[in-house]
Design a protein around this ligand. Structure first.
Ligand SMILES: [Mn+2]
Length: 237
C-alpha cells in the first residue's frame, strides 16, 4: 500500500497518463493530487474526468479550481436579458481574473461536454479537499495547495482563510509545522530560491514542494511516493 502525491497538472493530460504509468498505481494505493488540474495546458477537463473515475484519487482544491467554481455556474446560464443584467461587477471581475490565469482551454473543453457531465464536473469541484492530513511510512504530512504560513498549533483549520490555503505562497525558507512535512503545489519549484534543483521536487525546511511547472516551458509533472520518498517525473519530449 503506497501513498503518492502529484503536482499541479494544469491541463497536461498526456503527462498525467505518462506519470500514472510510471508509478504503476495499484487499487490499494492512494493518490493525492495537489490541485490546479485546470487551465493553461491543452486538456484540463480530460485530466479532471480521468481523476473523477479513479476511486483511489483525491484532489485538493487549487486556486484555479476555485476560479472555475466562481465562473462556470454563471457562464452556464443562458444569456437572457435578465441573466445579462444579473452579471454584476463581481462576476465580471472573477471572469477577468480567471482569463488572466489561462482559463481558455478549460472553457473550450467544458463547453463541449453535455449538460449532465458539466453538472458532474461542478459537483466534483465543489467537493475537492481543502487539505489532507496523511500518515505514511511512519511520517506525518499536511497537504494543502498553496501553504499555511500562519500556522499556529492551537489554531483550528477552519480559522485559516481560503486565501491562505489556496493562494498565498508558502514560505519555503522556514519550517511551518513542527511535527509534519508540509506538502504543497502552487509554487513552481523553479521559483523557490532555496531549491538546489529548480524544476525538480524541493525538500527542505520541513517542506515537500511538488509543483514542477507542468504547463510551462521547461516544466515537468512530478509525483512522490510518501513512504519511500521516490520521485517520478513526466515531461514533454
Ligand atoms: Mn495554484
Amino acid at each position: 500500500m503506497s501513498t503518492y502525491v502529484i503536482g499541479d497538472i494544469h491541463g497536461e493530460y498526456d503527462l498525467f497518463l505518462q506519470l500514472l504509468d510510471k508509478i504503476k498505481l495499484r487499487d490499494q494505493d492512494t493518490l493525492y493530487v495537489m490541485g490546479d488540474v485546470l487551465d493553461r495546458g491543452p486538456h484540463p477537463l480530460k485530466a479532471l474526468l480521468k481523476l473523477m473515475e479513479m476511486p483511489n484519487a483525491f484532489c485538493m482544491l487549487g486556486n484555479h479550481e476555485w476560479m472555475a467554481l466562481e465562473c462556470l455556474p454563471f457562464l452556464m446560464e443562458e444569456i437572457t436579458e435578465e441573466a445579462a443584467e444579473r452579471l454584476g461587477e463581481k462576476q465580471i471581475k472573477a471572469l477577468a481574473s480567471w482569463m488572466q490565469n489561462g482559463c481558455g482551454t478549460t472553457l473550450e473543453e467544458f463547453r463541449k461536454l453535455d449538460r449532465e457531465t458539466q453538472e458532474e464536473v461542478l459537483d466534483y469541484l465543489k467537493d475537492l479537499l481543502l487539505y489532507a492530513e496523511v500518515e505514511a511510512g511512519g511520517k506525518r504530512f499536511f497537504l494543502v495547495h498553496a501553504g499555511l504560513n500562519d500556522y499556529a498549533p492551537q489554531k483550528p483549520i477552519e480559522a485559516y482563510s481560503l486565501f491562505d490555503l489556496i493562494w498565498k505562497r508558502a514560505d519555503y525558507s522556514r519550517r511551518i509545522i513542527p511535527d509534519k512535512t508540509l506538502v504543497s503545489g502552487h509554487t513552481p519549484t523553479q521559483t523557490i530560491t532555496e531549491n538546489p534543483r529548480p524544476g525538480f521536487v524541493y525538500r527542505g525546511n520541513g517542506h515537500l514542494a511538488v509543483d514542477c511547472g507542468a504547463g510551462f516551458t521547461g516544466g515537468r509533472l512530478a509525483a512522490v511516493c510518501l513512504e519511500s520518498g521516490e520521485e517520478f517525473y513526466a515531461e514533454k519530449e
